[in-house]
Structures are given as structure tokens and as C-alpha cells.
Design a protein around this ligand. Structure first.
Ligand code: ATP
Ligand code: SKM
Ligand code: MG
Length: 167
């Protein structure tokens, strides 16, 4: 199982819970990057820029996607590169679930978090980013799931889908 979606859609929160319910390991790609780089996400953005972070993110996804049956929660920008989108869509090990919810709701959840450098652009730019990314999440997933529910409810839906239609 791989979870994608915009910042605040609950990939980390719901992913951790659904891994527990499935009895599988949980890997958060952002956390994996922080551990393997020995740097925080803001410090990677600061020294290497967004493009530097994206390169690390893409390489990290490539490295783990076919080597584990863990529940993998991605970062919100994983769909930025076409290569990563193809990797998600065409992979043989995981079903990809897009956690989808209205922007206003997501922004309320994340607006005060200092650990997300993309938010520094301000409300209008982040809203435009949400709009521009939505088709990419859609095209690179197998299922779109409602993420406007409680984390527990969304985890329950994912569990049911994974047990019926999952890889
Ligand atoms: N279903 C939910 N209902 C209410 N709040 C939620 C829900 N899911 C997550 N949250 C809250 O929203 C915030 C962001 O959640 P989380 O870190 O899981 O998002 P994410 O999708 O992993 O974001 P990112 O793309 O930045 O990694 C957290 O404070 C979390 O507690
Ligand atoms: O949406 C994004 O571009 C990001 C989301 C986070 O998960 C992190 O991967 C990072 O803060 C960038
Ligand atoms: Mg996360």
C-alpha cells in the first residue's frame, strides 16, 4: 500500500494507523529521507533547494518501492516528476491510494506547521499548487479515497479496499 495526496491529507497519520491494522511495517518517505540524509526537510530545502529535495525523494522512492511490502506514506510532492508518477502507477508490489480532500480543510490542518517549507510561499501560491497537482495524483493512483473524514474512518476504508482490491 502506498499513500499519496497533498500536504495535510493524512498520509503519515492514516498510513501509520492502517499499517498497524494490517500488521505491516510502516515507512514514511519524508522520515526515511530525514534519517538517511541526517538532515531535516527544511535544512535540505535550504541548502539544496526544492529541486535537490525532489532528486533525493525520487531516488528514495525508487530504492524502496519494490523491496518492501510495508505501508509507504509519500511526501506531498512525490508526483512532481513524471518518472515518479510512472513508478507509482506501474509498480507491481503496491496499490496506490490518493487521499483527497478540499484545499481549505487541508490548509487548516497544516497552516501553522514550520516543518513544511512549501508553505512559506503563502496561501494563494499553495492553493495554486494544490490545483496544479490534483490531476497528477489522480493519474498516478489506483484508488481515490476521501480524506475529509476522521483519520480512523479513512484508515478503515483503506483497510477494506486493500483486503478486497489491493495487490
Ligand atoms: N483525517 C484527519 N482529520 C483531522 N486531522 C488530521 C487528519 N489527518 C491528519 N490530520 C492532522 O493534520 C496534520 C497533518 O497530517 P499528516 O502529517 O498525516 O499529513 P501528510 O499528508 O502526511 O502531510 P505531508 O504531505 O506534509 O507529509 C496533523 O496535525 C494531523 O494530526
Ligand atoms: O508537498 C510538498 O511539496 C512537500 C510535502 C512534505 O511531505 C515534504 O515532502 C516536503 O515538505 C514537501
Ligand atoms: Mg507526511
Amino acid at each position: 500500500m502506498i499513500l499519496t495526496g497533498f500536504m495535510g491529507s493524512g498520509k503519515t497519520t492514516v498510513g501509520r494507523r492502517v499499517a498497524e491494522l494490517l500488521g505491516r511495517e510502516f515507512i514514511d518517505l519524508d522520515h526515511y529521507i530525514v534519517e538517511s540524509e541526517g538532515r531535516t526537510i527544511p535544512s535540505i530545502f535550504e541548502s539544496d533547494g526544492e529541486s535537490g529535495f525532489r532528486a533525493i525523494e525520487k531516488a528514495s522512492l525508487k530504492k524502496i518501492i519494490n523491496s518492501t511490502d510495508a505501508v509507504i506514506s509519500t511526501g506531498g510532492g512525490i508526483i512532481t516528476y513524471e518518472e515518479s508518477r510512472n513508478l507509482l502507477k506501474d509498480n507491481e508490489h503496491h496499490t496506490v491510494y490518493y487521499l483527497s480532500a478540499p484545499f481549505e480543510l487541508l490548509y487548516e490542518r497544516i497552516k501553522d506547521d514550520e516543518n513544511r517549507p512549501m508553505l512559506k510561499q503563502g496561501y494563494e501560491a499553495v492553493s495554486a499548487l494544490y490545483e496544479s497537482r490534483a490531476p497528477f495524483y489522480e493519474e498516478s493512483c489506483h484508488y481515490t479515497v476521501d480524506a475529509a473524514l476522521s483519520a480512523e474512518e479513512t484508515a478503515g476504508i483503506l483497510l477494506a479496499l486493500e483486503n478486497t482490491g489491493g495487490k
